[in-house]
Design a binder for this molecule. Structure first.
Ligand code: DC
Length: 220
């Protein structure tokens, strides 16, 4: 039985990270949330006021280390762990702009391919099944209704002590989805051989179990 590569893509708060991490835990796989890598680069650019012409160099010289429990690792960039600040609405919105840069994408995609080369990995993002790992053995496209996703994101942000109204959040999520799906380089889209799972009426555990089952079928 060989461990495979599981690619999970989907819009904001479709449940990719929670279900992906839980599935990775159940499968004894590694979990990588590529959104956190884009967020970390955006955070670095913003806090260090890096001008546009130096974005590519900034991404290339960033060191990414995933530390801790393999199915729920924490990202350390340039030796520092930045946690909750990566998820503020301001950084979320800026990340979606930074992620539209082809130079930044090229750099992060090569790091991501390197991490996945030995299999046994659940990787989540927007372009994993289409661009990063087009030959992944299993490709999931996770969706949920806009209202459900906004509600999930709201609960997440409240826990992380970010203050935002549901209305503002709905606007932010819709704008981010639109930008991520319509950009020229690697827009969010289902892979030709992707399997769509609508998580609107499913619990995290149900989605994770579906992913585990499909992975085990492919491992055989
Ligand atoms: O998954 P997330 O919401 O944490 O991702 C943050 C942003 O990064 C999102 O707006 C789109 C971008 N992103 C991307 O373009 N490609 C990926 N593989 C992962 C995230």
């Amino acid at each position: 039985m060989s461990k495979i590569r599981v690619a999970i893509d989907g819009p904001v708060s479709s449940g990719k990270s929670s279900a992906g991490s839980r599935a990775a835990f159940l499968l004894n796989y590694r979990f990588i949330d590529t959104g956190v890598m884009y967020r970390a680069v955006a955070y670095k650019i913003k806090t260090q006021n890096i001008p546009l012409e130096k974005w590519e160099a900034a991404a290339k010289t960033t060191t990414f280390d995933w530390i801790g429990e393999p199915s729920k690792p924490t990202l350390s960039i340039d030796g520092i762990v930045i946690k909750d600040s990566l998820f503020s609405p301001e950084i979320s919105s800026f990340t979606s702009k930074v992620a539209a840069s082809p130079e930044i994408r090229k750099t992060l995609v090569s790091f991501q391919r390197e991490m996945a080369k030995n299999g046994g990995i659940v990787m989540v993002g927007r372009d994993i099944g289409t661009v990063v790992l087009p030959d992944a053995e299993l490709k999931i496209f996770l969706t949920a209704s806009l209202d459900t996703r906004v509600k999930r994101r709201y609960e997440e942000l409240i826990q992380k002590k970010n203050n935002i109204s549901i209305e503002e959040l709905k606007k932010e999520v819709s704008e981010r989805d639109k930008r991520d799906s319509t950009r020229k380089d690697s827009p969010l889209q289902i892979a030709e051989d992707g399997i769509e799972i609508d998580s609107t009426h499913l619990t995290l555990e149900q989605v994770a179990e579906m992913i585990v089952k499909k992975t085990e079928e492919k491992e055989k």
